[in-house]
Design a protein around this ligand. Structure first.
Ligand SMILES: [Zn+2]
Length: 285
């Protein structure tokens, strides 16, 4: 097989294979890749700035998906850039999402396997240690979560552009009636959309005091606390919310909260509940 064929089989956009090595007894395949001519856009991994010039070059070895029975390693030529903002930094390469010695699609395969098998079995399947599998799975969950559909403004149907007007309206309603829990809730909801999490938390605590069984208020408070970095309190609120009323968005946020504290098994279980509860016709990216 020629190097151009290996390039096709490997399928790393923008990269070409310039050398390969097959070890038949060991059943390993090693491919050396570098940028294709014309693919010279370098991106600073610190800030995302595009740079025209490389500062220097080095090699990194990562495990990729296997080729038939051959365990495959890719040796990639990586540039460092001299970024005006970050100094000398490694370039950002989409195929290498972390510092770990694995390609993105390899980590995706491991993460996917973890969805339907225990860690120990996945570890055996890929010849990795259970700890490595757990670390890959956690990165996989984190990368995967932001791409998912977010619970929209559908609870209220308020266009984001009118948040300020709506806030004023609810505020005046509250001045008329301090116990108006619905206005309190809706104002808190708007504050959350405006990323005023501490204010939202304060309002939601009031709502919950008036009505401890308000599952949506616990949910929103969980979100507000997550935004403020108080993950353990957020987890408690989100757990209360789904206990009161299981919702897809409740489990979705709960899985985020678990993932942020390294509880990947709990995060996975919450995601499974989210998958079961989410509307069947929801767009899946
Ligand atoms: Zn930079």
């Amino acid at each position: 097989m020629r190097e151009t064929d290996w390039t096709k089989v490997l399928g790393w956009p923008g990269y070409r294979v310039y050398r390969h090595e097959i070890n038949e007894p060991a059943k390993t395949l090693k491919l050396w890749v570098r940028r294709k001519r014309g693919n010279r856009k370098l991106v600073c991994s610190g800030c995302g700035r595009k740079l025209a010039e490389g500062y220097d070059v080095y090699e990194r070895e990562v495990r990729d998906l296997p080729c038939f029975e051959f365990r495959t390693t890719v040796v990639i030529e990586l540039y460092r850039v001299r970024c005006p903002d970050c100094g000398v930094k490694t370039e950002k390469v989409p195929q290498l999402p972390s510092k770990a010695p694995f390609s993105k699609r390899f980590e995706e395969a491991v993460g996917l396997a973890c969805e339907s098998a225990p860690v120990r079995r996945v570890a055996r399947q890929f010849a990795l240690s259970p700890n490595t599998v757990r670390a890959i799975d956690l990165r996989y969950l984190k990368r995967w979560a932001p791409r998912r559909r977010k619970p929209a403004l559908r609870q209220m149907g308020i266009d984001e552009m009118y948040l300020d007007e709506a806030a004023k309206q609810f505020q005046s309603e509250m001045e008329l009636n301090a116990q108006h829990s619905q206005s309190l809730y809706q104002l808190a909801y708007i504050r959350l959309q405006q990323h005023q999490a501490p204010e939202a938390s304060r309002l939601l605590a009031q709502v919950i005091k008036q009505d401890p069984s308000n599952s949506d208020a616990h949910y929103q408070l969980g979100k507000a606390l997550l935004e403020q970095g108080d993950v353990s309190e957020a987890t408690r609120e989100l757990e209360t919310s789904v206990q009161l009323r299981p919702t897809d968005y409740g489990y979705f946020q709960l899985s985020n909260a678990y993932a942020r504290t390294g509880r990947s098994d709990d995060a996975r279980r919450a995601l499974e509940k989210f998958e079961k509860l989410k509307p069947k016709n929801a767009a899946v990216p």
